[in-house]
Design a protein around this ligand. Structure first.
Ligand SMILES: *Cc1c(COP(=O)(O)O)cnc(C)c1O
Length: 516
């Protein structure tokens, strides 16, 4: 604000460079502020400009943000990089307000998943059905009967809330639930085979992603892994020969995120169950995704169901709540009375138990399966997987114009046939025929094109409702399978155009029939 401030600021090399650049450009450097030009914290907080903010949010938060701001400004002033007008009270008050609002913004936010992967592990996996959201809202704001038996007035068991549903839907005798499927596998192995041996085929020693690798889970559960067969072929006699004194469990793992093709052979559950029963051993299968309905009946790629595995003779089947099942994060364990009883009584169960929020959502999601005729409508995951390509293409055609207008002249937009995936490790080979928008930089030049696409992807992620696409073959692809309602996407196009530096293009975007 004063020229004396800029005279007192310690000049740095950067300032000298900037001054030289200014001189070369024929402009004059803006006046700079010194640390002593900044107000004391108390004075700033007492200023009328901050009074409404303090009234709304209280002294603690506003003071913390004001203190941090003043410290940052002081450092800038010391470095000679703080413009004189930045120390004026209105400017500081506005900056404190922005900082308070930013601090109150949730870090966990909704996004638009236009990656083409329906159950995306990095994007929160399955979207919850409205029925599940309603059940969480209805039961979680107050007390509930989580572990209270309303019939007897005595202590209840949280498993009881979903056990009957799970046995009905899988044909199993008993069921229990934990925090996620990784916990279900860990608990099953620990409860049935701690300090003993578990026999698994070498073709099934999967890594799911993150830190979940079958051999490590075995070790963590305190069991000894006995590998049998080879990567591509395992036979019944491989299991039979490996069974010994210390064997406690035979285990199969669904190779959910990869496929072994060609000269292969595996022993199925029915055959393995005969081997296990002959030796009085339990058989467990980790299904990973485990759809509760036969997806082939809907024209989707087949995925094994827990019901089939129980019918084949498995004593325990584990699967996820938030993959193909379409519910909250949970680990479902179904099986025989004997095996589930041991699992439920094992002390680790208490540490891995499901919490009441996902349990409420899980119960409501499972209940949807009692009306399979309506499932494709009621369960968002299934609805999105079943969305016809023609419908997705029609949406792409409706959105092409508005998106092209927002991105012109730097990018060209085309409707494209795309190939999506179910995701979360299920069905790694099969692709979902889909459609969407393919966006390419208008001018050629490979390096510039890559940078332009990265910039566009970043601008899409920076929108109030972040849009996540994917870059492939020098284009940014927006797969529209999971764009349920286009209106929030279209409403952001003017902001997208502005962030890319062409406000005129996006300002009067006509939504037209695209909003469905
Ligand atoms: C996904 C998966 C898991 C882990 O399940 P979470 O619910 O993510 O803990 C374990 N096993 C298999 C085969 C899987 O596909």
């Amino acid at each position: 604000m004063t020229t004396s401030a800029s005279l007192r600021a310690v000049p740095t090399d950067a300032d000298a460079d900037a001054a030289r650049a200014d001189a070369a450009a024929g402009t004059r450097a803006a006046p700079l502020a010194a640390p002593k030009d900044l107000p004391a914290l108390d004075r700033l907080l007492r200023d009328a400009a901050l009074a409404p903010l303090v009234r709304t949010h209280g002294h603690t938060l506003v003071a913390a943000e004001a203190r941090a701001l003043l410290e940052a400004r002081r450092a800038q002033a010391r470095a000679g990089t703080l413009a004189a007008e930045a120390v004026a009270t209105p400017a500081l008050a506005a900056a404190v307000q922005a900082a308070v609002h930013a601090r109150l913004e949730p870090r966990l936010r909704g996004v638009l998943n236009l990656t083409g992967t329906v159950i995306h592990t990095n994007l929160g996996r399955a979207s919850l059905p409205p029925a599940a959201l309603a059940q969480v809202a209805a039961t979680m704001a107050g007390p509930n009967n989580l572990e209270y038996d309303l019939a007897s007035g005595g202590r209840g068991d949280r498993d009881a809330i979903v056990e009957e549903l799970l046995t009905t839907l899988t044909g199993a005798e008993a069921a229990t639930v934990v925090n996620n499927n990784a916990a279900a596998v860990l608990l099953t192995i620990a409860a049935l085979a701690r300090d003993k041996e578990v026999i698994v085929s070498r073709g099934e020693l999967v890594e799911i992603g993150g830190a979940f690798r079958m051999p490590d889970v075995m070790a963590a559960a305190g069991a000894r892994l006995v590998e049998v067969g080879t990567t591509n072929r395992t036979h019944p006699h491989d299991y039979e020969r490996a069974i010994g004194e210390r064997t406690a469990l035979l285990m199969k793992v669904h190779t959910s995120n990869y496929a072994v093709q060609g000269f292969t052979s595996a022993v199925d559950e029915a055959e393995l169950a005969r081997i296990a029963q002959a030796k009085g051993l339990p058989l467990a299968t980790d299904l990973g995704s485990g759809s509760l309905v036969d997806l082939a009946a809907y024209g989707l790629p087949r995925e094994p169901t827990p019901r089939e595995k129980i019918a084949a003779g498995c004593d325990v089947v584990t699967f996820s709540g938030d993959k193909l099942l379409g519910g909250p994060q949970a680990g479902l364990i179904v099986g025989s009375h004997e095996a589930i009883g041991r699992i439920r009584r094992f002390p680790l169960k208490r540490a891995l138990r499901i919490s009441k929020l996902p349990l409420a959502a899980l119960e409501a999601t499972l209940r949807l399966y009692l009306r399979p005729e309506r499932l494709a409508e009621d369960l968002p995951t299934l609805r999105l997987l079943l969305r016809p390509q023609a419908q997705i293409r029609a949406l792409a055609e409706a959105l092409r114009g508005p998106v092209a207008a927002a991105l012109a002249p730097r990018f060209a937009v085309e409707v494209a046939a795309l190939s999506g995936q179910i995701g979360s490790g299920s069905l790694p080979v099969e692709r979902l025929p889909s459609a969407g928008l393919a966006i390419a930089p208008a001018q050629q030049g490979k390096r510039g094109a890559g940078r332009a696409l990265d910039e566009l992807a970043a601008a899409l992620r920076a929108l109030p409702l972040p849009v996540i696409g994917r870059i492939a073959q020098d284009r940014l692809l927006l797969d529209l399978r999971c764009l349920d309602d286009a209106a929030p996407f279209v409403a952001q196009l003017p902001a997208l155009a502005r962030s890319l530096g062409h406000p005129a293009a996006g300002a009067d975007t006509e939504v037209g029939g695209a909003a469905r």
